[in-house]
Design a protein around this ligand. Structure first.
Ligand code: NAD
Length: 432
């Protein structure tokens, strides 16, 4: 579970009132439209791919520890399943509204297509402040939510996974709640504990994939990784693994942050010591031997590589021109708004897009699903080496397309993904 606490924090995603960037779904649709224009996608196909197939909004009543009943709102949005069952994480966050979940569901369609795993795209969320809830409250919430959405789930229909403020234990509860109704079904969720059929290495997989991707990007753009400086926003599942693994490439992690704030050390942070500190204190803030840095400052540090690994839309029209990193490697989903993307690009900053960078998570989820269906397990070495190959293949395709069409990496990634989904939709006769 992430190191969130209940402490009030400024919303780093704040954008000016009335800004055209306020809605996640509109922003992700803008990325889609740009790529659709680039590949000349027809208007009928555009209409199918622009909106979700199914959007479920549910009431999730939970008896809290103090006896009160709280009624939460939950969502499961299924965007497209032309290439395989719907796939996507479940997020617990106060801002997880229908627009955010819808945007993230669409991104999953493009991500699974780009990574070439046989899944479609979905996302789920419950609007709640998970950090302020006890473990038993979170468990009751998870079981109730799972039961309520269970009729749209299925091993060959829709397979959830962890996301912000959900983890392997949350998946264990989902698996158990689903199995209680439908019989033993480990393949109904991925990101489970290894003891329940989780893939060895799934916990680290998204962060590991980010670091594999960084290695490929650095090679092709001539960035010397030995001594390269890296700042990571978010020290949860994804960010903490990026911070742990980047030093294996010779990088120096000079700043990390979580919801409460950040810490920096230009000489390089001791990431393992920070992890132990954060586990004990609930945050990296004020870790010994570090200097404080705010989340806003972290994004503007003079580093070689900036890795946003927390929430969406943290780099927007108002702060993009202050980003000084040479590379923005999008470990989080949708951390850069379309307006910010243009500003970064104009400033010569290379933005490596989310649907590629964090695709290692869903790739290893795919391995887990296959293992569960076959009732067979790979070891971690095999998981990591298959992940390495798939990250390299996806990067090679994106880079080749960007070079061939002389377009930014995001546009190339979306173009490849949309073409794959378009082909599947066509072949299946959705538009017949
Ligand atoms: P997590 O809950 O484990 O960690 C989130 C981290 O972000 C925590 O350190 C938290 O304190 C920090 N954070 C939260 N709000 C913040 C704020 N307002 N400002 C700064 N930091 C804040 O979540 P995660 O699973 O690591 O997911 C992080 C991102 O990666 C999300 O965008 C998620 O969609 C994406 N992602 C996750 C996976 C996965 O496998 N978990 C896969 C693909 C993409």
């Amino acid at each position: 579970m992430a190191a969130d606490t209940n402490a009030p924090v400024a919303d780093p995603r704040a954008v000016p009132a009335g800004s055209a960037e306020t809605n996640s779904y509109q922003a992700v649709t803008r990325f889609f439209d740009r790529a659709a224009d680039h590949i000349g996608l027809g208007s009928e196909m555009r209409e199918i791919l622009r909106s979700s197939y199914r959007e479920l909004t549910v009431q999730v009543p939970v008896r809290m520890d103090d006896g009160r009943l709280e009624v939460f709102t939950g969502y499961r949005v299924q965007h497209n399943a032309a290439r395989g069952p719907y796939k996507g994480g479940i997020r617990y966050h106060p801002d997880a509204d229908i627009d955010e979940v819808r945007a993230l569901a669409a991104l999953m369609t493009w991500k699974t297509a780009l990574m070439d795993v046989p899944f479609g795209g979905a996302k789920g969320g419950v609007q709640c402040d998970a950090a302020s809830m006890s473990e038993s409250e979170r468990q009751r919430l998870t079981r109730r939510f799972t039961n309520t959405i269970s009729y749209v789930l299925g091993v060959n229909r829709d397979i959830p996974a962890p996301d912000v403020n959900t983890d392997a234990l949350t998946m264990a509860w989902m698996f158990d709640a689903y199995s209680a109704r439908y019989g033993y079904t480990p393949a109904i969720v991925t990101g489970k504990p290894v003891e329940l059929g989780g893939a060895p290495g799934r916990d680290a997989a998204t962060g590991r994939g980010v670091v594999y991707c960084l290695e490929d990007v650095a090679r092709d753009y001539g960035l010397e990784l030995a001594g390269a400086t890296v700042a990571v926003q978010g020290f949860g599942n994804v960010g903490s693994w990026v911070a742990r693994l980047a030093p294996e490439l010779g990088c120096r992690v000079v700043a990390v942050s979580d919801v409460r704030g950040g810490v920096a050390d230009p000489e390089g942070l001791d990431v393992e010591a920070l992890l132990a500190y954060a586990q004990e204190q609930g945050s990296v803030v004020a870790a010994p031997g570090t200097r404080p840095v705010t989340n806003e400052e972290l994004l503007e540090l003079e580093v070689d590589v900036l890795v946003p690994a927390a929430l969406d839309r943290v780099i927007h029209a108002d702060n993009a021109s202050r980003v000084k990193a040479r590379f923005v490697v999008e470990a989080a989903n949708h951390p850069v708004t379309p307006a910010a993307d243009d500003i970064l690009h104009a400033g010569g900053i290379v933005v490596v897009p989310d649907i590629l960078v964090n695709g290692g998570g869903v790739t290893v989820s795919y391995f887990e699903w296959v293992m569960n269906i076959q009732q067979f397990r790979w070891d971690e070495e095999q998981v990591n080496s298959e992940l390495r190959k798939r990250m390299a293949a996806a990067w090679a395709e994106v880079k080749a397309r960007a070079d061939a069409d002389d377009i930014p990496l995001r546009l190339a990634a979306f173009a490849i993904a949309i073409e794959r989904v378009e082909r599947a939709v066509d072949l299946r006769g959705y538009a017949a």
